[in-house]
Ligand binder design. Structure first.
Ligand code: 13P
Length: 242
């Protein structure tokens, strides 16, 4: 498997941010590495233009969320079919910020993952425990039950992201042993050919160590994906085969 380094831009990026993607490509002297997959999930407003400009340059584009339906009366929502039509190849579903801000539960996340697959997108399904849950020794229970509830029936083309909620945007990361424990646990519940990403305060300085862990098949990067220099450092630290 190729490692997958995915950037989640969250609610960041106006049209001028295209310059960061171009700067990233320029850092590879125009030829992005073919032995690992690079993905950027910008806000929905930028998906079509980024996909048109960069999909052929070795940077795949994804959405950050999708509705369960293909179309209909759902003001403000975006369907997986629309993302695919705009040139997206992936979509993040069940990110902890959507679970917290929008009350999304496992059944909804599963339905979104199934909608993504039906539209030809690869869903990146996010799971992860809160600080309280980790401190109570419940991290594996929580992740296990989120997986049981959120994974779609067909798992041919999915990605799982383990993102401990307390590590997101905080500069904190679990120990390498804790990351290994959760990733091994997830592997035990899924097929060998499904990529499992780690997310939460991945930076150029810690990427190499984290990405070398067995069953860590890439990273889902927030803040550090916004700057070409930092994202380049993380991509460069990724092993080609995982
Ligand atoms: P940070 O890398 O900013 O901690 O965010 C991680 C994340 O939520 C990616 O989806």
């Amino acid at each position: 498997m190729k490692s997958l380094i995915a950037g989640n831009w969250k609610m960041n990026g106006l049209s001028a941010a295209a310059g960061e993607v171009q700067a990233l490509i320029n850092k590879f002297s125009g030829a992005t590495p073919e032995d690992r997959d690079i993905l950027i999930c910008p806000p929905a407003t930028l998906v079509a233009s980024f996909a048109a400009s960069y999909s052929d340059e070795g940077v795949m584009i994804g959405g950050q969320d999708c509705h369960t339906n293909e179309a209909g009366a759902h003001t403000g929502d975006i369907s997986a079919a629309m993302l695919a039509d705009a040139g997206a190849a992936f979509v993040i579903v069940g990110h902890s910020e959507r679970r917290a801000d929008h009350g999304e539960g496992d059944a909804l996340v599963k339905a979104k993952a199934e909608a993504a697959l039906a539209a030809g997108l690869t869903p990146i399904i996010c799971v992860g425990e809160t600080k309280e849950e980790r401190e109570a020794g419940k991290a594996l229970d929580v992740v296990g039950s989120q997986l049981d509830g959120s994974l779609p029936q067909t798992q041919d083309e999915i990605v799982i992201a383990y993102e401990p909620v307390w590590a997101i945007g905080t500069g904190l990361t679990p120990t390498i042993a804790d990351i290994a424990e959760v990733h091994d646990f997830i592997r035990g519940k899924t097929r060998d050919d499904i990529r499992i990403l780690y997310g939460g305060s991945v930076k150029p300085g810690n990427a190499q160590e984290i990405l070398a862990v067995k069953n860590v098949n890439g990273a889902l990067v927030g803040g550090a994906s916004l700057k070409a220099e930092d994202f380049y450092g993380i991509i460069s630290a990724a092993p080609a085969n995982v």
